[in-house]
Write a protein that binds this ligand. Structure first.
Ligand SMILES: Nc1ncnc2c1ncn2[C@@H]1O[C@H](COP(=O)(O)OP(=O)(O)OP(=O)(O)O)[C@@H](O)[C@H]1O
Ligand SMILES: [Mg+2]
Length: 421
């Protein structure tokens, strides 16, 4: 078949168009497939990012929870150690190398009468506390622990404080010393008990040893006194009379001393009964009241009293001796006596305290123990047995007596007695 040139041209053109359509279709299909691939790829990548961010979020939440738990644990452990420190009944003192106080618990402060914790103000050591700090300094200087050392803080009016002290050096992880930790307990009550037993013992020995001699003495004195009484003064030359009168006066006063001493030395035998101390003190106050008023003063009884197991006669003797001493001290210094009996019950310790306070010259700190010794007196006519007898009576009632100073600057004789529950 013969085709015209036009027909050839038409066929060629058609073929070209067909080719172009094929190429175009193929390209469109490729493009669509590629777009589909990209879309699905993009969808996968989004899921991964979301997963990663969720994991990250979870880790952050966990970390935050852990951090909160750690902070709570630290806070709880800090609270616990704070509670332990403040509830310790022993004294706890932690000191740095430069002497700065890092921890000083409330019980320790109470024990040595230190001021309450004031976290901002630096701690000022008082001279009374120095013996305690000396032990701590010794530990930091030598680097050696000090175990159960007895330390006495001096008396500042209310008696000395006895402490049992243990100090250990404080070192860091490398063993470098950076302070000391000191634990201490108040042994004053134990010391007092020891003292009470010692006193009871020595009073009993003194009594046994000397009561016999005093008896003999009194018999001899009674004989001398009796013979001197037989001498008729009128029958004697006038120049001899003063000698006989002297013998009579001296034997009388000596036999008074011996009687007092026998009272003191006689083995204590208590007739125990329920004794109302308020009644005892009221009666003692009534006894000296007229003398006090005659000197322009008065006697007052204040506070709360309790009932004790005691010997009424002896306890009355003890308190009337204390009031008489207060009166004599004021009178001796020409002071109008204002005497106060101040009583307090300390139910927790099962004791009551009775202080006989006066506004007289007081008792010098150096004499506060000596005034209880037999024959210690500052009075011309005193036997010096009054307070020795008072002490004996109180000690045999399982109590104690100390001399201190009263709020008015005079003497304060402080009696502590166990109370009946
Ligand atoms: N309230 C007081 N104020 C000041 N000093 C006192 C007081 N009580 C006692 N004293 C001192 O203690 C000393 C001893 O007292 P104590 O009662 O033992 O003997 P006294 O009073 O001297 O003699 P006595 O009691 O035998 O008459 C007194 O001489 C006095 O120096
Ligand atoms: Mg006296």
């Amino acid at each position: 078949m013969n085709l015209t040139p036009n027909a050839y041209a038409f066929i060629g053109l058609t073929a070209i168009v067909a080719c172009l359509v094929t190429v175009l279709t193929y390209s469109v299909l490729r493009f669509a497939a590629a777009a589909r691939d990209t879309r699905s790829q993009l969808r996968g990548a989004g899921a991964e990012t979301a997963f990663l961010s969720a994991a990250l979020q979870e880790a952050v939440t966990k970390l935050k929870a852990q951090e909160r738990a750690t902070a709570a644990r630290a806070e709880a452990s800090e609270r616990l150690s704070g509670e332990i420190i403040s509830s310790l009944t022993a004294g706890l003192l932690v000191v740095g190398l430069n002497g700065e106080i890092r921890i000083f618990n409330p019980a320790g402060r109470r024990m040595i009468d230190a001021p309450d914790a004031d976290s901002t103000a630096p701690y000022e050591r008082s001279s009374r506390e120095q013996p305690l700090f000396d032990v701590i300094d010794e530990c930091m200087t030598t680097g050696n622990a000090i175990v159960r050392r007895a330390v006495e803080l001096p008396d500042e009016g209310n008696g000395a404080t006895h402490l049992g002290v243990t100090v250990s050096p404080l070192s860091d992880e490398e063993g470098k010393l950076h302070g000391a930790i000191c634990l201490f307990t108040d042994l004053t009550a134990v010391k007092d008990l020891e003292e009470q037993l010692r006193l009871k013992d020595s009073l009993a020995t003194v009594g046994e040893l000397t009561a016999g001699i005093a008896h003999e003495f009194r018999n001899g004195l009674a004989t001398i006194h009796g013979y001197s009484k037989l001498l008729d003064l009128d029958a004697l030359p006038a120049s001899y009379r003063p000698y006989v009168e002297g013998i009579r006066a001296e034997t009388e006063s000596l036999s008074q001393v011996v009687t007092n001493f026998l009272n003191f030395a006689r083995p204590a035998q208590l007739a125990l009964a329920r004794v109302d101390l308020r009644a005892i003190c009221d009666r003692a106050a009534e006894e000296v009241g007229p003398d006090a008023r005659a000197l322009g003063g008065d006697v007052a009884v204040h506070g709360e009293f309790a009932v004790v197991d005691g010997d009424e006669v002896l306890l009355r003797q003890a308190f009337s001796n204390l009031l008489r001493n207060a009166l004599e001290a004021c009178a001796g210094s020409s002071i109008a006596p204002h005497i106060v009996i101040q009583a307090d019950v300390e139910a927790s310790q099962k004791v009551m305290r009775i202080a006989v306070n006066d506004n007289g010259p007081g008792i010098a700190p150096a004499l506060r123990e000596r005034v209880f010794r037999p024959f210690f007196t500052s009075k011309r006519n005193g036997t010096g047995l009054g307070l020795a007898l008072v002490q004996k009576i109180i000690v045999f009632h399982n109590g104690r007596i100390v001399a201190g100073s009263s709020p008015e600057g005079g003497a304060s004789l402080q009696v502590t007695l166990p109370i009946k529950q």
